[in-house]
Design a protein around this ligand. Structure first.
Ligand SMILES: Nc1ncnc2c1ncn2[C@@H]1O[C@H](COP(=O)(O)OP(=O)(O)OP(=O)(O)O)[C@@H](O)[C@H]1O
Length: 273
């Protein structure tokens, strides 16, 4: 059932950044961002930008602060200091809520609901009310199609494979066509073929709708699939560059080798001080 009378997409850019000749603000602009969790300073004065319409990979070893940084960007992290602007607003601003899609490391998919029922549920939370039913239906149908699960729309989530479940989580984040997608280790535990398929899907989302993706991973070979990289280690950013520039600058053949080179360089600097 198609609803051809639904109003214009509710999440189209508006506000200052929609002004005709205004330069595009980056998707994320961070200045001296610091986060304290319990007794630990987990992020240490980070400066970086995430350009729009591209895939930026956030890579670094387990515990380096990737999830904390992503939570800060989506506005769910406490004790964030410094400047952190997201789509032209301070992180966590209510105006951003419908413009960001976020998939946590342990996304919730209800096993006893079908794929479509799962999405209907989250769509109703995001865009409630009977008058929005047509729009919700359209968004849900599109999100299921985006992740290539149309033929499984009426299957119970509990009966899906691991890769299909990951795609359901991604579909939830795609409801409402958000401008910024924040995906925390979306490929963890998936086999190489599914990982490749998911990365192809990320590229299609960036290319087809100009969405910005911030994707974390601790698997260095996934770095090669990103337009830009933020390499992290122990709460600091070691590099903010394209994979090509990073390899060239460090004279390394792979991003993994480049990362190790930068780690050694940083260790040498620390031991000299
Ligand atoms: N409540 C807390 N109190 C103190 N330290 C914390 C707390 N939560 C997390 N940390 C620490 O913050 C650091 C960053 O954690 P974070 O989850 O952001 O890392 P990560 O890079 O996403 O790791 P992983 O890839 O394993 O998920 C870790 O060293 C962790 O031990």
């Amino acid at each position: 059932m198609m609803n051809n009378k639904s109003p214009a997409a509710p999440h189209a850019p508006h506000g200052p950044e929609a002004a005709q000749d205004a330069p595009p603000t980056p998707a994320v602009l961070a200045g001296n961002v610091t986060v304290v969790r319990g007794p630990r300073t987990v992020l240490r004065g980070l400066d970086f930008t995430v350009p729009r319409g591209q895939i930026t990979g956030l890579l670094g070893p387990s515990g380096c602060g990737k999830s904390t940084l992503m939570r800060s960007v989506v506005g769910t992290q406490a004790k964030v200091t410094g400047r952190l602007d997201v789509l032209g607003h301070p992180a966590g601003a209510p105006a951003l809520r419908s413009r960001i899609g976020y998939v946590t490391q342990h996304p919730s998919v209800y096993d006893d609901l079908t794929v479509r029922q799962n999405l209907d549920y989250f769509a109703a939370v995001l865009d409630p009310g009977r008058s929005a039913a047509g729009r919700r239906h359209e968004h849900v149908t599109r999100a299921i199609d985006d992740v290539d699960l149309t033929s499984h729309a009426d299957s119970l989530a509990g009966n899906l494979s691991g890769g299909q479940r990951s795609r359901v989580s991604l579909a939830v984040a795609l409801i409402g066509a958000p401008e910024l997608l924040v995906l925390d280790e979306p490929t963890v535990g998936l086999d190489p073929v599914l990982r490749r398929d998911l990365w192809n899907l990320f590229h299609a989302i960036a290319a087809d709708r100009g969405a910005t993706l911030l994707v974390s991973s601790h698997v260095m070979d996934e770095a090669e699939r990103c337009h830009r990289l933020l390499l992290m280690r122990e709460g600091e950013i070691l590099a903010d560059d394209t994979p090509d520039a990073l390899r060239a600058r460090t004279r390394a053949e792979t991003v993994e080798a480049a990362f190790l080179h930068l780690v050694d360089q940083a260790d040498t600097r620390h031991s000299q001080h």
